[in-house]
Design a protein around this ligand. Structure first.
Ligand SMILES: Cc1ncc(COP(=O)(O)O)c(C=O)c1O
Length: 390
């Protein structure tokens, strides 16, 4: 309890909030947000047409190094669309991690597929390449698809096609994405990186979300930068990127007055007014990341002298420290700290309940999930907002 109280006092010394409540991650609007939003209102270009959409996409493409970035209404539908263009069809199966936000598994379900859950690594909290390989070796067979003549991987148990692998960079800590992509290539399975939480996180100097054919970002209100709600698909395949853009706009064939559509399309395009917010936020991203890193440094050195372990960035990675995490002794201590901190109006949250424990995904296939269970019992997020006052 002494350590708990000291940590709460320390959090309060970092975040000197005007009210007693300290949120987990609050947005900061201290740049050109109002100016750009006013511009949208004054020009009436608040919706599907406007310069901020293109500008926001260009800024994200330049920052991440992706050849193409396509904005969407949110990260969940960005994953949905990425799965569809990867060729995931109704009845397929998709491998992901059980330790993720529900959106990853939900998007797989929207595509009509069933998730398969393989374990995470303890240090990255993201998909473990060893668990992925082990599961694929033990549970699948490779074959040639008779109608497409292409190699594919089939589940031995369900006889369904494994159509995609979706690893996630948990709380902005990069997972071992290079190895995952390598394994996926051996089994001819496309990878989609769920980088929703990791704008500003790099693995071996390369931005997360750009290792696989497709990556996805989120700009939800609780993320490092926000557009209110929003997402982005990243790809280095420009042709595929153009196709995705077309799909996000109801697959409308450009024409001055004619309505013509060449595909089932989606209303997944981000409105200009949200993109305006995104442009202003991007202008401050480097400052926000540095600000967060300074807070992380303080947490780290404070926790060195306590019984509570700080979760640091993995090797060969630069994390955005979207949400700082601590590792407690066991589930009892985790629950005690959650109760203690929330009772004192300091917002803390446990890592997610494992997806395979949820009613909808209970019957899905899983590998050995011992690391996921270990982390589920122990990880807690502590306040991590960009600090406005110093
Ligand atoms: C891991 C992960 N995937 C997907 C999403 C979905 O993003 P959105 O909330 O923008 O739909 C989120 C977060 O919100 C997330 O944390």
């Amino acid at each position: 309890m002494k350590d708990f109280q000291e940590l709460i006092d320390f959090i309060r010394s970092i975040y000197k909030e005007p009210s007693d409540f300290i949120p987990l991650h609050a947005p900061v609007f201290n740049g050109n947000e109002k100016k750009y939003i006013n511009d949208c209102i004054e020009t009436t270009l608040v919706s599907s047409v406007g310069k901020y959409v293109d500008r926001f996409e260009d800024m994200i493409a330049e920052y991440t190094g992706a050849k193409k970035a396509i904005v969407t209404v949110n990260g969940t539908n960005a994953i949905h669309l990425a799965l569809l263009v990867s060729g995931v069809e109704s009845g397929d199966e998709v491998i992901t991690q059980p330790l993720t936000f529900i959106a990853t598994a939900n998007a797989i379900a929207y595509a009509g597929a069933k998730p398969i859950f393989v374990d995470v690594d303890r240090d990255t909290m993201g998909m473990s390449p060893d668990s992925l390989r082990e599961w694929l070796m033990a549970n699948t067979i490779k074959q040639i698809n008779k109608s497409t003549n292409q190699p594919e991987t089939i589940s031995k148990i369900t006889k369904k096609r494994i159509a995609s692998i979706v690893p996630m960079h948990t709380f902005g800590h990069p997972c071992r994405i290079e190895e995952i992509v390598e394994i996926a290539n051996e089994f001819n399975i496309p990878v989609i990186e769920d980088a929703a939480e990791s704008l500003g996180s790099f693995y071996k100097g390369q931005h997360t979300g750009t290792f696989a054919k497709l990556g996805v970002l989120s700009f939800n209100g609780n993320k490092t930068i926000t557009t209110g709600g929003g997402g982005m698909i990243l790809t280095n395949d420009v042709e595929l990127g153009n196709h995705i853009k077309h799909l996000t706009t109801q697959s409308k064939i450009p024409h001055t007055w004619e309505y013509d559509h060449d595909n089932i399309g989606y209303n997944y395009r981000m409105p200009n007014i949200n993109a305006a917010l995104g442009v202003a936020q991007m202008e401050n991203l480097d400052d926000y990341l540095e600000n967060k890193r300074q807070t992380t440094k303080k947490y780290k050195s404070f926790l060195e002298n306590t019984s509570i372990q700080f979760v640091d960035e993995p090797l060969e990675s630069k994390a955005n420290f979207w949400l700082n995490s601590i590792l407690l002794k066991d589930r009892d201590q985790r629950n005690a700290f959650l109760q203690f901190s929330n009772d004192r109006l300091v917002m803390t949250r446990p890592i997610w309940k494992l997806m395979n424990k949820l009613e909808m995904f209970k019957k899905c296939q899983t590998g050995n999930l011992s690391n996921s269970i270990y982390l589920e019992d122990r990880i807690v997020n502590i306040p991590s907002s960009v600090k406005i006052q110093t």
